[in-house]
Design a protein around this ligand. Structure first.
Ligand SMILES: Cc1cc2nc3c(=O)[nH]c(=O)nc-3n(C[C@H](O)[C@H](O)[C@H](O)COP(=O)(O)OP(=O)(O)OC[C@H]3O[C@@H](n4cnc5c(N)ncnc54)[C@H](O)[C@@H]3O)c2cc1C
Length: 423
C-alpha cells in the first residue's frame, strides 16, 4: 500500500533565504525531510534557529512501513510537541514477545504496557512511518510556516566564511551557519565528507507488508511487538494506525543482492516460499497483503567523524544500522534533539565546537546500538536445534523467573535521560 503525503505548497515564505542573517538569527539548512531531518529542524527552531529543510522527493511517498518507537524516542516526541498530533495514530503494544517462527511457541513475553512508562518514563509505541512524518511536518510548519521544501534535491555543500553553503541540484547556493546532512543511508553529504564508498550489504533483505487487522480475523498476530525467530530469517509483527493495520517485516539472509534498485515490489510466491511452513498468522499476512515490498538491508561501520566544520551528519547518514533493535529512526530523533541541546546559544566558531561535542557525546551510544542490532539479528536467526536451545532456553527462563532483569537490560537504551531543550 502506498501512502501519499500532500507536499507542502511552495509559497513566498517557503523560498530559501538568500545569504545569511546576523548571528542573532542563526540559520540552519537541513538536507533531507525524513524523521531525522524533521526532528532536527523542530528542535533547532524551538531553540531559536531559522531553519529550512530541503527534501528531494516531489512529495513524500511512504510505502507500507511500521516503526516501533521506544521510550527514548517517545520522550523526545513529547518534549518537542509532536506527540499530541501523533496520538490518534499510535498503538501501544501489550508486550514485546519472541516466539518460534514455525511453531509459534513462546520464548519470551515481556510486558510493556504500563511497565515502560513507569520504568523508562514514556510508553513503547508502534506507528506508521507516514503518520510520524505527517506529525513532524505539521509541527515544523506550525513553528515556521513553509520551512520544508519538497522537490528540492541537494547536490552538495561547500565551506564559506563562518559557515557553510548548500548547493542545490539547480546550482543555486544558499549560505547558513549550519548545514545538516540528514539525507539517509545513501547520503550525498556523507559521500562528500567521507568518500564515495557505498554502504555495505548486510547479507539480508526485508519483506514489508500491511494488512487490515479486521481482515485477518482470528489469524491476527498478538497485540505485541512480536519477533518470530527461525533459521536464517525472522519476522516481526506490529500494529499501526491505532491498531487498525498489522505491519509485517520479514528479514531473510541472502549472500548477495543483485537488484539494481535497492527497493522493489516483491513477488508473493517468493515471500511465501521464504516463510514456507511458518506460523499461520504470518502466512495469512503474506497471502492477504495487497502489496509486498522487498529491499536489501545495508549498514556501515561507525564513522570516524560526522562533521566537516559547520556541516554535520545525523540519522542514517551518520550511523545506518540493521532494524533488529528497532532503533534507526529513534536514534535519528535522539541525534536532532541532542544536537540542538548541545548547540544551545552557540554562534560562529562555537557552533563548530558544539558539533564536535555532539559527536563525542553521541558516538559511543549510536555505535553500541549499531553493534547490538547486528547481534540481535544473529540471535533471531539460530539454525540448529542445539543453537536455538542454547540461545533461547536462558531467555525463556529469565522471562519466567525475573522479567524485571530482562527489562533492566534495556535501561541504558530506553531509560536514557532526556533533559528539556533550553527553549
Ligand atoms: C525493515 C525496516 C524496519 C525498520 N524498523 C524500525 C523501527 O521499528 N524503529 C526505528 O526506530 N527504526 C526502524 N527502521 C530504521 C528507520 O527506518 C531509519 O533508521 C530512519 O528512517 C532513518 O531516518 P533518517 O531521517 O536518518 O533517513 P531517511 O528516513 O532515509 O530520510 C532521508 C531523507 O532525505 C532525503 N534525501 C536523500 N538525499 C537527498 C538529497 N540529495 N537532497 C534532498 N533530500 C534528500 C530522502 O528523500 C529522505 O526523505 C527500520 C528500517 C527498515 C529498513
Amino acid at each position: 500500500m502506498a501512502i501519499w503525503i500532500k507536499p507542502i505548497p511552495r509559497g513566498p515564505q517557503s523560498q530559501p533565504t538568500q545569504g545569511r542573517k546576523t548571528t542573532m538569527h542563526r540559520q540552519a539548512l537541513i538536507v533531507g525531510g525524513g524523521i531525522g531531518g524533521l526532528c532536527a529542524a523542530i528542535c533547532l527552531r524551538l531553540t531559536g534557529w531559522d531553519v529550512q529543510v530541503f527534501e528531494q522527493a516531489p512529495e513524500i511517498t511512504e510505502i507500507g512501513a511500521g516503526l516501533q518507537i521506544s521510550p527514548n524516542g517517545v520522550k523526545i516526541l513529547e518534549h518537542i510537541g509532536v506527540m499530541e498530533r501523533l496520538e490518534p495514530a499510535v498503538f501501544e503494544p501489550e508486550a514485546i514477545e519472541i516466539r518460534m517462527g514455525v511453531s509459534g511457541r513462546p520464548i519470551l513475553y515481556l510486558p510493556m504496557k504500563g511497565v515502560a512508562a513507569q520504568r523508562w518514563g514514556a510508553r513503547y509505541l508502534q506507528v506508521h512511518r507516514a503518520d510520524l512524518i505527517t506529525a513532524l511536518s505539521a509541527r515544523l510548519d506550525a513553528l515556521q510556516p513553509g520551512a520544508m521544501q519538497t522537490g528540492c534535491p541537494v547536490r552538495g555543500y561547500a565551506p564559506c566564511k563562518d559557515g557553510a553553503e548548500v548547493i542545490l541540484a539547480n546550482g543555486r547556493r544558499i549560505q547558513a551557519d549550519l548545514v545538516i546532512g540528514a539525507d539517509g543511508i545513501h547520503s550525498r553529504i556523507r559521500h562528500q565528507m567521507l568518500g564515495t564508498d557505498a554502504p555495505r550489504f548486510t547479507g539480508n533483505y526485508a519483506w514489508r507488508a500491511l494488512v487490515p487487522a479486521a481482515q485477518l480475523g482470528a489469524l491476527a498476530p498478538p497485540p505485541s511487538g512480536c519477533i518470530w525467530a527461525g533459521p536464517k530469517k525472522h519476522a516481526v509483527t506490529t500494529y499501526v494506525r491505532g491498531g487498525a493495520l498489522v505491519n509485517f517485516v520479514g528479514i531473510v539472509e541472502q549472500r548477495t543482492w543483485r537488484e539494481e534498485s535497492w527497493s522493489r515490489t516483491g513477488d508473493r510466491q517468493e515471500a511465501l516460499a521464504d516463510f514456507n511452513g511458518w506460523a499461520p498468522p504470518l502466512l495469512a499476512i503474506l497471502e492477504q497483503a495487497e502489496v509486498l515490498h522487498k529491499w536489501a538491508l545495508f549498514d556501515r561501520a561507525p564513522l570516524p567523524k560526522w562533521q566537516d566544520g559547520h556541516v554535520m551528519l545525523l540519522g542514517d547518514a551518520a550511523h545506518p544500522m540493521l532494524p533488529s533493535m528497532a532503533q534507526g529512526a529513534v536514534q535519528s530523533l535522539e541525534d536532532g534533539y541532542h544536537l540542538a541541546r548541545v548547540l544551545g546559544a552557540a554562534v560562529g566558531p562555537d557552533i563548530v565546537a558544539a558539533c564536535a561535542r555532539h559527536y563525542a557525546q553521541r558516538i559511543d551510544r549510536s555505535s553500541r546500538v549499531q553493534r547490538v542490532s547486528a547481534q540481535n539479528l544473529q540471535l533471531f536467526h539460530k539454525s540448529s536445534r542445539l543453537a536455538q536451545l542454547m540461545a533461547y532456553a536462558p531467555i525463556w527462563l529469565a522471562g519466567q523467573l525475573t522479567p524485571s532483569l530482562v527489562h533492566r537490560r534495556s535501561d541504558w537504551l530506553y531509560g536514557a535521560p532526556v533533559p528539556p531543550l533550553n527553549i
